[in-house]
Design a binder for this molecule. Structure first.
Ligand SMILES: [Zn+2]
Ligand SMILES: [Zn+2]
Length: 389
């Protein structure tokens, strides 16, 4: 089959690879009908996530048709249409029983490697480094889905791929960011990052009753999409973010702040950017945490900072003094996608949200390399790329 493979920093290639097959009774094989490039794939593309190997198949946002099931999969049958969540979860361990699927205790065969970087191991993730399991991803014609009896959700009505594909990651991820904010009527929520996850965090925060959601970015086209979801847009290259947030909140700061940027933040402050970029390049820190620092410093006293942007390792100049002295609550996590699938599918079906609004580019799988480059370099107002094998 054909698959989009990581070949090194800034280099992906669609190659012929062996077809996946059933390795475990709980597996299914899915013929991928739609897959997407995620902002977090760009961290792999840019070489910031350790333990990638040349030839690794990328992709953790995919859906398709079940073509084969193992003997222990009783809820799915050949021919079913499914969306596959990006974290692989067993459904039976202590973490899964608490609904914490992205930290499943049973799905990372390389747990020892993750423990070295992270202390304890989270769940395995499709196409996201050997530290997170080394599972082949879904930017391919076919994918093996472990624990197919737990993760995938069946799509039984006529909803198009583009309406349901993002249940695999970015819709529930944005939603979980908003949920972490414990939104109450009257709340002002600020979201750093107007990419697709930020756009869904904006939509989610309004559906949860936020009074005003502010979205911060530097790309006008992404801010326009966030505005269509209801956001007040702040271009940090044009306005002073702190002043603007103080103006909107009677001088207190937003009730909750969402970091939907993660480890490769761009900076309004060139000196600080140079500082972090140098430390990152020389491996003295792994992540550039500008958005997170801003979210913490601007959140109101006693507020919540929710981190859904991806971080890989260690940060520098982390404002712990602000967190401690101002009674902030810091929440974070890879999305526990499995627990959001049914409620969010219902919202799509009822027309409360149509996630396809984030898509700007549709390409055949063969053109994945061009898709990665366009998306990374923000060419042609690229917001979200869907690939069709
Ligand atoms: Zn993703
Ligand atoms: Zn589990």
């Amino acid at each position: 089959m054909k698959a989009n493979c990581w070949m090194g920093r800034g280099d992906v290639e669609v190659r012929d690879v062996p077809d996946p097959r059933i390795l475990n009774g709980h597996d299914a094989v899915v013929r991928v009908t739609s897959t997407a490039i995620c902002g977090s794939d760009l961290h792999l593309y840019d070489g910031f996530v350790p333990t990638m190997k040349k030839g690794d198949i990328l992709g953790h946002e995919f859906m398709g048709e079940v073509v084969e099931v193992g003997p222990d999969v009783r809820n799915l049958h050949v021919g079913d249409r499914v969306v596959v969540p990006f974290p692989i979860a067993c459904g039976r361990c202590a973490a899964c029983e608490l609904g914490l699927y992205s930290v499943c205790e049973n799905t990372n065969p390389n747990a020892g490697l993750a423990e070295k970087f992270l202390g304890h191991s989270p769940a395995g993730i499709f196409g996201y480094s050997h530290m997170l399991g080394g599972y082949p991803g879904g930017q391919a014609e076919y994918a093996r889905v472990p624990f197919a009896d737990v993760g995938p959700i069946k799509i039984e009505d006529g909803l198009a791929d583009e309406q349901v594909l993002f249940l695999s990651d970015i819709l529930p991820t944005g939603w979980m960011g908003a949920e972490m904010c414990e939104i109450k009527p009257g709340d002002v929520i600020a979201v750093w990052g107007a990419g697709p996850v930020g756009q869904f965090a904006v939509a989610g925060a309004y559906l949860m009753g936020a009074d005003q959601v502010v979205c911060i970015d530097r790309f006008a086209y992404r801010l326009r999409i966030a505005e269509r979801a209801g956001a007040t847009a702040l271009d940090y290259e044009e306005v002073d973010v702190r002043e603007a947030l103080l103006d909107l909140t009677a001088g207190r700061g937003p009730d909750a702040c969402i970091d939907a940027v993660g480890m490769e933040a761009h900076y309004a402050n060139p000196a600080l950017y140079a500082y972090d970029r140098t430390k990152q390049a020389t491996r003295l820190e792994t992540d550039r945490p500008y958005a997170l620092r801003e979210a913490i410093m601007n959140c109101r006293n006693g507020g919540i900072v929710a981190v859904i942007g991806v971080y890989a390792g260690f940060l520098d100049k982390f404002p712990m003094g602000a967190v401690m002295n101002r009674s902030l609550t810091l929440k974070a996590g890879q999305c526990h996608v499995q627990r959001h699938l049914k409620p969010l599918l219902a919202k799509i079906r009822e027309g409360d949200i149509d996630p396809s609004f984030v898509i700007t580019h549709r390409l055949p799988l063969d053109e994945a390399p061009r898709g990665y480059q366009m998306f990374r370099d923000k060419q042609d107002e690229c917001n979200k790329v869907v690939l069709t094998p």
